[in-house]
Each structure stands twice: as structure tokens, then as C-alpha cells.
Write a protein that binds this ligand. Structure first.
Ligand code: DUC
Ligand code: ZN
Ligand code: ZN
Length: 486
């Protein structure tokens, strides 16, 4: 008679708050016991000499989503989740994206129809709110929050998606009243449009001008404005894909004021620079994303902010558009200018190895920081903890087993997404997840992926704990309650 369904034996186990040498017992997809010398499992994995960590939670990625320019991401729910699993990630939180005129409820339904039959690891959804009508604010959002969609992203740029400041305030008010986390794409739309118009008039069309049209102060301004709007409403926010010093300064400043302002950064701001957008021919397009990668000095500042705790999460912002494909980056034509090229880079599978190698192995981050930034904090921020994001008794057995000495030169040929390039091609890393378990199922082992489409399941998110913070009102009148404060 065996005691567990599966035992991971003799690994070096790292959880969110401790490390030990020993075993993990798994039953019914959950962690049933942890310690030394556990009883037998019906299955056993020998993890001697391996590092056993929580599977990653990638809380910012775009899957089977159509961009505002009408381009579909290259990955569907099967290839995206396969790629995530092969890179040690066991939960993703992509977006159900509302385009103007759409009911959010219908949008959510249609994303479930895409995800359900294909996902191979577990997932939740953020909502993208681009059309906050009275119906959306008054009925759909409150009902969806109750149903487990407790975070939404809003854009301050892109004509087709962006909200005015007033609409943003309306969304923040719903978030405070009903309990949701608002994620902000913080770039000033008019500054970008004004610069882009002049660049194009001057005949400057190449990918590198994408970065010229969106200098750091564009992000700084919108970050500061977002913080001020959230302060007025008295609700937490999270600034996504922070690219460098000036936005970091704003987040630091807000935190020093005691505001609940969280930050996310991504591998593109740690490993790419604006020079990558200036590669020969059209190659620069492979590195285009928004905000754009900055310079080496900004990269150092992003690393420093990771060490200092300014950032809560490192997400991939996987936004995959193929390079050599008429439906990809150049859907607008081979001569498309920088405003017409689809915007985004892939990164689901390499997020963890890149950060482990350059962060933990090079002594910039502790293992504890790595686990927090790549798994635990995201699960906590978005209401999935302790089901996801940690190795603990009672948590889902979402686990990545790493060969920390494995040397890999990143190449698209090794990856499992549906892309035809990776912007990280040729980067050498040490350390790679060799086995991934999703709720106790081995989905990736020794170079073999094995999971059935549809075996991943949807998770409803709880109210983000940050919403429980004590009030910090800045006006005598409470704009959410609609009355003077006592
Ligand atoms: N914002 C994202 O979050 N992802 C891709 C492109 C963008 O502008
Ligand atoms: Zn964005
Ligand atoms: Zn994104």
C-alpha cells in the first residue's frame, strides 16, 4: 500500500520562505506532505542533485488575443501553455480583451471557449476594459468580479483601447468598491502620437523610431498620472511592464508616500536594449514592444529595483507575432512603418531560465527573491495564493525541477511556442527546468512534453489582498461612497 500518488525524492526544495533537502508527497494533485524520508509513492521521481521550486506564475501574457491593429497572437492556448510548461511555468494569467462595443461578459465567454479545450496548465483571466459603459461599470464588472475575475488592465495609449482619465477614475472606483486590482499600461498617448506623426513626416519609418517616439518621459508622465488618479480614489494599482529609471522613480516616490502602488517588469527590460531595434533590415521589428527596451544604464536600474523590492513581479508579457509570416509582425505589408508593425515580443518559456541564470546564478537575486518575483507574489497579488505560487502542504502540486548546472544557448529551435523567432536568440544561460508538474501530473520531463489539450483548468481569483489595506483618504468627500467622510 503506497502512501502517496507521487513522491519527489531527495531534492533540494525551495519554497517561498524556506529551503530543505528532502521529499514532497503528492496526492490528488495537491501537496500532501513535505519532509525527509516520506513513505512510498505509486510513482517516484528521483530529484537528487536537483533544485525543486514552485512552478512559475506568469501573470502577464497575451494568448489568442487580437491586437488593436487586427493581428492575432501566433500562439493559441495549446502552444502557449505547452511553451510555458516546458519553461517551468504552471499557471498563466492572460487577458480577456474587450474591444469597444463588446459586452465584457461575451468577451469572457469567448475566451473560455478558446482556452478550455486547449490549455495544458491552469489559468485565470485578467480583463482588459476598453469600453467602460454604464452597463459595464454598473453590472458587468461587479458581477464578473464576484465570479473570480478580480483584476483588469487599462491602457493609457492606443486609440482603440485607451481610456480617458475620467474613464480610468470610473474603473478605479469600481475596483475599490467591488475589490479588484487595476493594472495600468502607462504611456502618454498624445505625446506618442505627436512624436510619431513628426517622425513619419520626416520619413523616419524604421523599427528603431518606435523607441524614439516613446521616450522614457512618456512612461514617467503616465505612471505619475496613474498614481495620482489612484490616490484620489484611494485604491491600489499595479504598473505593468516598467522599462526603466523614470517610471521606477515614480513608483518609489508613491511607495514612500505610503501608497499601494505595485510594479511589474519583464525580461525585455533586463536583456534587450533600444540598440536591438536598430538591427539591420527589418530585424529590429523582432524586438519591438511597448514600452520599448531602453539603454544599458536603465537595464542596471531595473535590476537594482528588482533587488530593492520595487517590483513585485517579473512577467513575460508574451505577445507573440511571427516575423516571417503575412499574419504576423508585418501584416500591414513588408514596408510597414514602425506604427504599423505589430507590437510585442514572446517570452513565456524563457522568462524563468533568463532570470534564474542572470539573477540567481550571478548573485543579483537570492533564490527567495526569484521565487517571490516569478511565482508567489503574482499568486498573492491576483488572489490565487495559496492554491498557486508556492510549495506548501495543501497547495496544488505545481512544481518545477531544475538542473541548475545545465548550460543552454537560447534558440528558437529549442522552444515550444508557435513563433518563428525569439528575441533572446544566442543568449547563454545556466540552469533550466527539466521536469514540470501541473497539479501532480508530469507534463514536461527530460525534453519530452506530454499533456492532453484541455487538461489545464480555469481558476477563479479571490479578492486581491491588497484591497484590504486601511483607507488613506485624500479628500473630505468620498467619491466612491458618494458622501462626506465622517
Ligand atoms: N502592451 C502589452 O501589455 N503587451 C503588448 C503590447 C502592449 O502595448
Ligand atoms: Zn501593455
Ligand atoms: Zn502585455
Amino acid at each position: 500500500m503506497t502512501e502517496f500518488d507521487l513522491v519527489i525524492r531527495n531534492g533540494h526544495v525551495a519554497t517561498s520562505d524556506s529551503e530543505f533537502d528532502g521529499d514532497i508527497g503528492i496526492t490528488d494533485g495537491k501537496i500532501a506532505a513535505m519532509g525527509e524520508g516520506l513513505g512510498e509513492g505509486a510513482g517516484e521521481i528521483d530529484a537528487a542533485g536537483r533544485l525543486v521550486m514552485p512552478g512559475g506564475v506568469d501573470s502577464h501574457c497575451h494568448v489568442e488575443q487580437i491586437s488593436s491593429n487586427g493581428v492575432w497572437t501566433a500562439d493559441d492556448w495549446f502552444t502557449a501553455t505547452r511553451s510555458a510548461a516546458c519553461g517551468g511555468t504552471t499557471t498563466i494569467i492572460p487577458f480577456a480583451c474587450q474591444h469597444r462595443g463588446q459586452s465584457l461578459r461575451d468577451v469572457v465567454r469567448s475566451y473560455h471557449d478558446l482556452a478550455g479545450p486547449k490549455a495544458v496548465i491552469d489559468y485565470a483571466f485578467h480583463l482588459i476594459v476598453s469600453d467602460p459603459t454604464a452597463q459595464v461599470l454598473g453590472q458587468e464588472l461587479p458581477a464578473l468580479i464576484k465570479d473570480g475575475y478580480t483584476s483588469f488592465k487599462i491602457y493609457l495609449t492606443y486609440d482603440a483601447l485607451m481610456l480617458t482619465d475620467r474613464q480610468f477614475l470610473d474603473v478605479l472606483a469600481v475596483a475599490r468598491r467591488d475589490g479588484a486590482m487595476v493594472m495600468v499600461h502607462a504611456e502618454n498617448n498624445d505625446m506618442i502620437a505627436w512624436m510619431a506623426e513628426r517622425l513619419l513626416q520626416a520619413g523616419l519609418r524604421a523599427p528603431k523610431f518606435h523607441a524614439v517616439a516613446r521616450p522614457m518621459l512618456v512612461e514617467r508622465e503616465a505612471t505619475h498620472r496613474s498614481i495620482a488618479l489612484a490616490e484620489l480614489v484611494d485604491v491600489p494599482i499595479l504598473i505593468v511592464h516598467v522599462s526603466g529609471a523614470e517610471a521606477i522613480e515614480q513608483i518609489r516616490w508613491a511607495r514612500d508616500r505610503g501608497l499601494k502602488v505595485y510594479g511589474e517588469t519583464c525580461p525585455q527590460y533586463l536583456f534587450l536594449t533600444e540598440d536591438d531595434l536598430d538591427r539591420p533590415g527589418r530585424e529590429g521589428a523582432k524586438h519591438m514592444c511597448s514600452p520599448p527596451p531602453r539603454d544599458a544604464a536603465n537595464q542596471d536600474i531595473v535590476w537594482k529595483a528588482l533587488q530593492d523590492g520595487v517590483f513585485e513581479v517579473v512577467s513575460s508579457d508574451h505577445a507573440p507575432y511571427r516575423f516571417d509570416d503575412p499574419e504576423g509582425k508585418f501584416k500591414a505589408g513588408p514596408d510597414a512603418h514602425f506604427k504599423q508593425i505589430a507590437n510585442g515580443v514572446p517570452g513565456l518559456e524563457v522568462r524563468l531560465p533568463l532570470l534564474y541564470s542572470e539573477g540567481v546564478r550571478k548573485g543579483r537575486l537570492s533564490l527567495k527573491q526569484f521565487i517571490a518575483l516569478t511565482a508567489t507574489n503574482a499568486a498573492k497579488l491576483y488572489g490565487l495564493y495559496p492554491r498557486k505560487g508556492d510549495i506548501a502542504v495543501g497547495s496544488d502540486a505545481d512544481i518545477a525541477i531544475w538542473d541548475t548546472e545545465r548550460k543552454v544557448t537560447i534558440s528558437q529551435s529549442l522552444l515550444h511556442d508557435n513563433m518563428d523567432y525569439t528575441p533572446y536568440e544566442g543568449i547563454d544561460v545556466t540552469g533550466w527546468p527539466i521536469t514540470t508538474l501541473s497539479r501532480g501530473r508530469v507534463v514536461w520531463r527530460d525534453g519530452v512534453f506530454d499533456a492532453k489539450p484541455g487538461s489545464g483548468v480555469f481558476y477563479r481569483c479571490d479578492t486581491p489582498p491588497a484591497l484590504d489595506a486601511p483607507p488613506r483618504p485624500v479628500t473630505a468627500f468620498d467619491p466612491v461612497e458618494g458622501r462626506l467622510r465622517p
